[in-house]
Ligand binder design. Structure first.
Ligand SMILES: *Cc1c(COP(=O)(O)O)cnc(C)c1O
Length: 366
């Protein structure tokens, strides 16, 4: 029995080894390792792909979130609305600015429940950070409506959702700033850490560009002290190359989802359907089931690798203790954390692999 991996980065890389090798040779011989033409080109191409005016290449999605909030004026004592079931970095970025994450529960599709935002607002609320989890867009129309009404900034954590659309608009281009990760596990992935952000606001763009590069607007004049968080030329060049193929990666993942959709027994297995106005990129494919841990073990024995994103909601992590949340505060997210299981959906899977996964999952419940 062949094992089915949750993700296979060495296979993915092997398939483009000659192209990668050419990129290495070119960048190495150019002598431009930080900043310069490879970065400019990536930023230009990414802006075009997303349909925004500006993009900044950074060294991680986490830094994109931090710089986005900082440039929008989020500071010590401010409150930021965000879901408790994200990857820990969304919340960590808020904390490191001295601001306070205010968690709001999620919908059945694991994304922010907009109907619960208004009652969590206080005089200190400055921003909403929706997270487009799993490659599925949040209900942005409703979220933007609330943001306008209360004059709040919107930072879209789009780390899992490059190419995802909401009403034809790419996520990360709807709020004030969209933040993306190119970590090896994301759909558009570097060979190491990388991230980028998107905005239509020139002032914010210029501020973040400076901040990420020691605050050096000009070589020898510093208007504000900065950080160092630049994407390097090698990663920018690799991402630029992979960007050309991103739509076909997304289409393959969508095809894989269709196979799951047509073959999983939905009497026992829940997963949210894609709505008409959504275009999901399936960064992950998450099912919600009873006896999740037993199913995971069962699949392991059948050599099918799965994952859980994420087994412990952020408000129940030991690090979050000082925020004062407790079990029962976010019943939907907490309940989902016990039922969710991420099945393999990456672009290199074969149809027979997915059919085998469906067969095994169905047989577990029969
Ligand atoms: C991956 C991820 C991040 C962080 O991105 P890095 O590039 O690893 O810093 C932030 N938020 C979400 C939802 C993510 O999935």
């Amino acid at each position: 029995m062949m094992s089915i991996k949750y993700i296979d980065l060495s296979l993915q890389t092997k398939k483009i080894a000659p192209e990668l090798s050419n990129i290495f040779k070119e960048v190495i011989s150019s002598g431009q390792f930080v900043g310069g033409k490879y970065i400019n080109k990536f930023e230009r191409n990414m802006s075009k792909f997303l349909g925004v005016k500006y993009c900044v290449a950074l060294n991680s999605g986490t830094d994109a979130l931090t710089f986005a909030m900082h440039s929008l004026g989020i500071k010590r004592g401010d409150e930021v609305i965000t879901p408790p079931n994200s990857f820990v970095a969304s919340t960590a970025a808020i904390i490191h600015l001295g601001a306070k994450p205010i968690f709001v529960d999620v919908l059945e599709d694991q994304n922010l429940d907009f109907s619960k935002i208004e009652k969590s607002l206080t005089k200190k609320t400055k921003a909403i950070m929706p997270v487009h989890l799993t490659g599925r867009p949040c209900e942005m129309k409703e979220i933007m409506k609330i943001a306008k009404k209360y004059n709040l900034k919107v930072i879209e954590d789009s780390a899992q959702s490059i190419g995802t659309r909401y009403n034809q608009k790419k996520v990360g281009t709807i709020g004030d700033v969209g933040c993306f990760s190119a970590h090896p596990l994301k759909n558009l992935n570097a060979l190491g850490d990388a991230g980028y952000l998107a905005t239509n606001n020139r002032k914010i763009y210029e501020k973040i560009k400076d901040l990420s590069n020691h605050g050096m607007t000009k070589r020898n004049t510093i208007y504000r002290f900065g950080h160092v968080s630049r994407m390097d030329s090698l990663q920018a060049s690799i991402l630029g190359f992979k960007l050309k193929n991103l739509n076909s990666v997304i289409l393959q993942r969508r095809k894989n989802y269709e196979i799951y959709r047509n073959n999983l027994n939905r009497k026992h297995i829940f997963f949210p359907e894609e709505k008409k106005y959504q275009y999901n990129t399936y960064h992950t494919f998450v099912i919600q089931v009873k006896n999740r841990n037993k199913l995971k073990k069962f699949l392991e024995a059948k050599k099918i690798e799965t994952s859980i994103h994420y087994p412990v909601p952020i408000h129940l992590q030991p690090a979050a203790k000082f925020l004062g949340y407790k079990i029962g505060d976010f019943p939907i997210a907490e309940n989902q954390s016990k039922k969710i299981l991420t099945l393999p959906i990456h672009q290199d899977l074969r149809q027979i692999d997915i059919l085998r996964i469906c067969k095994e999952v169905n047989s577990f419940y029969n």
